[in-house]
Design a binder for this molecule. Structure first.
Ligand code: SF4
Length: 235
């Protein structure tokens, strides 16, 4: 069994001017703009996005189960994506807990901004994790899946504890500060956990998600892929 690898010095850059457009900051309001820039400076000083991942061996794949080092992951879609592959990477990545100290001094708008900055930190950390795994294991293209991402039946959220307690060896909280609550929520909220694997084609669970108006959608719904994965009988 391989050791989990922790990335705790993930580089990031928060561009106050560039991100201001995303939060619809009015250009003419100098006071708001100063408050925003001060928050970006404080977050930049404090934040430490992090990740933990582990190189895992796939033991077997059936129609709807992928067995990874003795742990059965129940997802027909994941089984289809893994196919003949015998390796995947379990991971958890987070914006980090360090910016929590800012919360008490912020009003509702400030807290909204803080969440937006944390989301951006999470995205940068995810991109760094992908880059790191591609470089280290010489994998040209990665795709990923996360429990609870896409329609509920794609890979149920109830599978999440298997990642934390088994595939990541109960090390997530001690290594990067992410806690999985009894209701399967990750704290800090801007955290993500799942598996990555070598892929020949781009794939995102958004392709198997019926949710409309999602601001984070990365790919349109794909009815062909939905049918190909035998999902019709599951709704
Ligand atoms: S469309 Fe939105 S909710 Fe659905 S999987 Fe993509 S990001 Fe998640």
């Amino acid at each position: 069994m391989s050791e989990a690898i922790v990335l705790d010095s993930i580089p990031f850059c928060l561009d106050a001017a560039g991100l201001a457009a995303g939060i619809h900051l009015p250009e003419e309001d100098a006071e708001l703009r100063q408050a925003w820039e001060a928050l970006v400076r404080n977050v930049t000083k404090l934040a430490r996005p992090k990740a933990i991942y582990r190189d895992c061996t796939v033991d077997a794949v059936s129609d709807d189960i992928v067995v990874v080092e003795g742990v059965p992951l129940k997802s027909r879609v994941l089984a289809g994506q893994i196919g003949e592959r015998r390796r995947l990477f379990a991971y958890c990545v987070t914006c980090g807990t360090e910016t929590a100290v800012l919360e008490d001094s912020l009003d509702a708008l400030g807290r909204f901004w803080l969440e937006e900055l944390r989301l951006n930190l999470l995205r940068q950390a995810i991109a760094y994790l992908h880059k790191e795994i591609r470089r280290r294991y010489r994998i040209p293209r990665l795709a990923g899946m996360a429990p609870g991402s896409g329609d509920a039946e794609v890979w149920p959220l109830t599978e999440q504890p298997k990642l934390f307690t088994q595939l990541l060896d109960n090390k997530v909280t001690a290594a990067i500060g992410v806690v999985l609550t009894e209701s399967l929520l990750m704290l800090p909220y801007k955290s993500s956990s799942g598996v990555l694997f070598a892929a020949e084609h781009n794939f995102a669970t958004c392709q198997l998600c019926h949710r409309t108006n999602c601001p984070n959608r990365r790919a349109p719904f794909d009815s062909g892929l939905w049918r190909q994965n035998g999902m019709d009988g599951m709704r």
